[in-house]
Design a protein around this ligand. Structure first.
Ligand code: AMP
Ligand code: TRP
Length: 353
C-alpha cells in the first residue's frame, strides 16, 4: 500500500510556476535572469509538465501607481511574454488578479505564517530604503510599512501553492521568498495535514546582469539613466549604441574579472549568454584577449542583436492586436482558475471552511 502511494506521487506530473511583476517591458536582466528560462522550460520539460506563468498585478500595487499606468504595464508584459516565444496553448499565462483563489489562499496561509519570520526578510526593507538592521519595533518604520508590502511573501507563497507547483524558476534574489513558501507549507501541513506541496527552486544559471552605465549595481527598471539598460524591445541601433557607450575601464585588452573589471566582465557575461558556440565568459575573454574595446563591443552587440532578433517585431505586432490580447487574457484566466480550484477545494475542506 505504502509503496503504491509513493510510486503514485512520484508519477504526479511536474508543475512549473513563476511570476513577474507588471513593471513594463522587461529589460535584459529580467530576460536573462528569469524569462529566458521560462521559454527554455517549454522546450525541455515533458509534455505532461504543466507550465503556469503569472503577471502578478496584486503584488504590483504594493508600490502605489496610477491605475492607467498599471493597466498599460500589464498589457506590455503580456505582449512581451508572447513576443519572447511563450506559447499560450502550451503554457497558462494569466493576470494574478483574475484568479481570486490567490488572495483567498493568502489569507489562509497568513493565519499560520509567522510575523517574526517575515520581519527578518529583506525585501520590505530594501523597498523602503531602510537599513537591513531595521526592525518593526521602530515607530517610524511601523508607520511607513504597509501591511501589503510586509505580507508580499505570503501572497507569493499562495501564488505557488495554489497551483501545487513542484518547481519554481526564479533569479537568485527570490531564494528567500521560496524558502518562506516552503515554510508556509510546513506550517499549514503541520496544522491541517499533508495537503500542500513543497516547491523546489530552479535557480537561473546566470547570476545578475549589471547596469551598462554603473556596472557595480544591477540592471534595473528603476535606474534613471535609460542607457543603463537594454529593453528586449529595443531596436538594433539602440542596442548597438548602448553597448558602444557602456562604461568599461582603461586597462588594455579583454579579461574576465568581475571584481576589478566589472564593466568588461558584464559585457562578457552578456556575450556568453547569447554566444552561438556556448563559450563561457572566461573563454570569450581569451578569444578576445587582444581586441580593442571597440572591436570587442561590436562583437557583443552583434551577438546580442542576433539573440533578441524578432522579439521587437512580434511585440509591436501583438501590441497592436487588442482583441487577440483580450482573448489570451480570458483563456489564461479560465485555465488558471481551474488549476487553483483543485487546491482550494482540498484546503477549504481541510480547514473546515
Ligand atoms: P524585478 O521585476 O526587478 O523584481 O525582476 C523580475 C525578475 O527578473 C526576478 O526574478 C529577478 O531575479 C530578475 N532580474 C531582475 N533584474 C535582474 C538583473 N539585473 N539580472 C538578472 N536578473 C534580474
Ligand atoms: N516576487 C517575484 C519578483 O519580484 C514575482 C513573483 C510573485 C513570483 N509571485 C511569484 C515569482 C511566484 C515566482 C513565483 O520577481
Amino acid at each position: 500500500m505504502q509503496r503504491l502511494t509513493v510510486a503514485k506521487q512520484s508519477l504526479r506530473p511536474r508543475v512549473v510556476f513563476s511570476g513577474i511583476q507588471p513593471t513594463g517591458v522587461p529589460h535584459l536582466g529580467n530576460y536573462v535572469g528569469a524569462l529566458r528560462q521560462w521559454v527554455n522550460l517549454q522546450r525541455e520539460e515533458q509534455p505532461s509538465t504543466k507550465l503556469i506563468y503569472s503577471i502578478v498585478d496584486l503584488h504590483a500595487i504594493t508600490v502605489p501607481q496610477p491605475p492607467e499606468t498599471l493597466r498599460q504595464r500589464k498589457r506590455e508584459v503580456l505582449a512581451a511574454l508572447l513576443a519572447i516565444g511563450l506559447d499560450p496553448e502550451r503554457c497558462t499565462i494569466f493576470y494574478q488578479s483574475s484568479v481570486p483563489a490567490h488572495s483567498e489562499l493568502m489569507w489562509i496561509l497568513a493565519c499560520t505564517a509567522s510575523v517574526g519570520y517575515l520581519s527578518r526578510m529583506t525585501q520590505w526593507k530594501s523597498k523602503l530604503s531602510l537599513a537591513s538592521s531595521s526592525t518593526l519595533e521602530n515607530r517610524a518604520v511601523g508607520s511607513r510599512l504597509k501591511l501589503g508590502l510586509f505580507s508580499y511573501p505570503v501572497l507569493q507563497a499562495a501564488d505557488i501553492l495554489v497551483h501545487r507547483a513542484t518547481h519554481v524558476p526564479v533569479g537568485h534574489d527570490q531564494q528567500q521568498h521560496l524558502e518562506f513558501a516552503r515554510e508556509c507549507v510546513t506550517n499549514f501541513n503541520h496544522a491541517y495535514g499533508s495537503h500542500l506541496v513543497h516547491p523546489e527552486t530552479l535557480i537561473s544559471p546566470v547570476q545578475r546582469i549589471m547596469s551598462l552605465t554603473e556596472p557595480t549595481s544591477k540592471m534595473s527598471k528603476s535606474h534613471e539613466a535609460q542607457r543603463s539598460r537594454i529593453l528586449i524591445t529595443d531596436t538594433s541601433q539602440d542596442i548597438r549604441s548602448k553597448i558602444a557607450t557602456a562604461l568599461t575601464d582603461s586597462t588594455p585588452g579583454i579579461s574576465y574579472d568581475p571584481a576589478t573589471r566589472p564593466g568588461i566582465s558584464n559585457l562578457l557575461e552578456i556575450f556568453s549568454v547569447f554566444d552561438a558556440e556556448g563559450r563561457s565568459p572566461a573563454q570569450l575573454a581569451q578569444a578576445y584577449a587582444d581586441a580593442s574595446p571597440r572591436t570587442f563591443k561590436e562583437a557583443v552587440a552583434d551577438t546580442l542583436v542576433a539573440g533578441l532578433h524578432g522579439i521587437r517585431d512580434r511585440y509591436l505586432e501583438l501590441s497592436a492586436n487588442d482583441s487577440y490580447l483580450d482573448e489570451i487574457e480570458q483563456h489564461g484566466a479560465r485555465k488558471a482558475q481551474e488549476s487553483a480550484k483543485e487546491t482550494m477545494d482540498i484546503v477549504k475542506a481541510a480547514v473546515g471552511l
